[in-house]
Design a protein around this ligand. Structure first.
Ligand code: COA
Length: 198
């Protein structure tokens, strides 16, 4: 699939800059370091225990469901990870799921917004019309972050999350309908169709 050209330098609002690029297999040890540096509560929402090197080994290789897997780095150190995934087959194949994690010292600088913008731009190329994000109930910051980026609460799955203390919490599903972007792309393609007007 054709996406934007990476790497791109992205200035943040606190004056720092990061390089945003696609993750590659050679990032394995950097990803292990990044994930192990996250507080447990920030990585529990991920599907797998990425503090385990063997899990990261598969994460950097099993890319079949990944539409786009971005990292933000500075001086060779990864400071954020952003993934857009979706199943290739089935009735929800137009629904993508976003997973965003920003290292604590880099939070609240607009980095999640920057990364999400790139993922949203990639969605239409992959035929994704709805992007979904998951947040544990009570994680007000993460919920607010997704809402600030255009997501709306879609559903609550009761007691679906076990937090760091083993307490059960609700799982909030937030969605962002990006089909208007997709429709615009379709219209553009129709406009530029070489057979149009014949
Ligand atoms: C959620 C997360 C990715 C946000 O990353 P971030 O880089 O700090 O987010 P941004 O700086 O781009 O913030 C975007 C907007 O979200 C809101 N926001 C972000 N963090 C917030 C917080 N802790 N409290 C309230 N609002 C918050 C703000 O409106 C912010 O915009 P503003 O700062 O211009 O007002 C980060 O907190 C994180 O990694 N959390 C752990 C993982 C997680 O829960 N991910 C769930 C999403 S898939």
């Amino acid at each position: 699939m054709e996406f934007e050209n990476f790497p791109q330098t992205e200035p943040l609002r606190d004056g720092r800059s990061v390089i945003v690029r696609e993750m590659t297999i050679s990032d394995e040890s950097r990803m292990v370091e990044f994930f192990q540096g996250l507080p447990l509560e920030d990585r529990l929402f991920l599907r797998n225990d990425v503090s385990q090197p063997e899990v990261v080994h598969h994460f950097v290789r099993d890319t079949e469901d990944q539409v786009l897997n971005l990292v933000a780095e500075l001086d060779g150190k990864i400071v954020a990870s952003a993934t857009l995934e979706r199943g290739l087959y089935g009735w929800t194949r137009h629904v993508g799921e976003v997973r965003l994690v920003v290292a604590r010292p880099w939070q609240r600088c607009g980095l999640a917004k920057v990364l999400l913008r790139h993922l949203v731009r990639a969605a239409p190329t992959a035929g994704i019309e709805i992007i979904k994000g998951q947040v544990a109930g009570g994680k007000v910051g993460a919920q607010k972050a997704l809402e600030a980026m255009g997501f709306r609460k879609e559903a609550t799955l009761r007691r679906h999350v076990k937090d760091v203390a083993g307490r059960k919490r609700d799982l909030l599903i937030l969605t962002n309908d990006v089909s208007h972007i997709w429709e615009k792309m379709e219209a553009l393609n129709a406009d530029f169709s070489p057979t149009q007007g014949e």
